[in-house]
Ligand binder design. Structure first.
Ligand code: IPD
Ligand code: CA
Ligand code: CA
Ligand code: CA
Length: 264
């Protein structure tokens, strides 16, 4: 394992241990809200602190883009961190959440880790080196068409500006597939797609920390990731879709007609 990936794994496990421990005493969690329906807890902060200090112990001059503290430092070496993806699930004791850590060198994603502390599943990928669940190689599902497919998504929950467009996409996908799932943690959605557990995924308005590690996992598992508009700028737009080549194309054809004009 590459030394950088090794540190990312160590950081993710440290954060996962904190999250599991704190899950056992939810009454002691302090909650703040960043916007309506957008919560942050002291556990998010504690996990983020543990990740950053683990990395800094080895790489003093690297920079970080972390959900709770924003951009820290400036370097060709940038870590993109979601210390607890699925905070709302966590707050309810719904066991679907993860730690997501990606490493970029000169703007290119090189390594990614998603750690699910409940199932103790560790998803890792390095550019050009494939994607793994623990020590097993993973690949995206092989399905050729949307018929019979299972598709993941995320619902708009703070910003309802594009709810009509989203509902039109949702309807189109329901009509053509075997089912749609909303696990509630984008990093889990993407890791599960990389492992072939769901066939496709789309969501609008995600942030780089939700999708950086997951997108590398999917590409290294043989899948495609792109922006809903058809471009490759999904890390910036946050409007993301993914699947194997066939599902990716078919999902794009279903969804794109309903994209809000300003996202086209
Ligand atoms: C959220 C989750 C959720 C997605 C949201 C994200 P957070 O991340 O990934 O699935 O729908 O848009 O913000 O805030 O729990 O880290
Ligand atoms: Ca959040
Ligand atoms: Ca997140
Ligand atoms: Ca988070």
């Amino acid at each position: 394992m590459h030394p950088l990936l090794n540190i990312a794994v160590r950081a993710a496990r440290n954060a996962g241990d904190i999250i599991s421990r704190r899950l056992g005493d939810r009454d002691a969690i302090s909650i703040a809200s960043k916007a309506r329906n957008d919560f942050v807890t002291d556990v998010d902060h504690e996990a983020e602190g543990a990740i950053i200090s683990t990395i800094q112990r080895h790489y003093r001059d690297h920079a970080f883009l972390a959900e709770e503290r924003g951009q820290v430092g400036d370097s060709e070496h940038q870590w993109i961190i979601d210390p607890l993806d699925g905070t709302t699930n966590f707050l309810h004791g719904l066991p679907v959440f993860a730690v997501s850590i990606a490493y970029q060198y000169r703007g290119k994603l090189e390594h990614g880790v998603i750690y699910d502390p409940i199932r103790q599943e560790l998803f890792t990928a390095s550019r050009g080196g494939g994607a793994f669940l623990d020590d097993r190689r993973i690949r995206v599902a092989k399905l050729n068409s949307l018929e019979g497919s299972l598709i993941g998504t995320g619902f708009p929950y703070t910003d309802h500006r594009y709810l009509d467009e989203y509902m039109a996409m949702f309807r189109a996908v329901i009509e053509k597939t075997a089912g749609v799932r909303r696990p509630g943690a984008a990093a889990i959605d993407l890791a599960w797609l990389a492992a072939g557990r769901i066939d496709g995924f789309w969501e609008m308005g995600l942030k780089p920390w939700d999708i950086a590690a997951g997108s590398l996992l999917i590409r290294e598992a043989g899948g495609m990731v792109g922006s809903l508009s058809g471009g490759t700028d999904y890390l910036d737009t946050g409007n993301i879709m993914a699947g194997n080549a066939k599902i990716f194309a078919a999902l794009g054809r279903l969804i794109r007609p309903h994209l809000p004009a300003e996202m086209k």
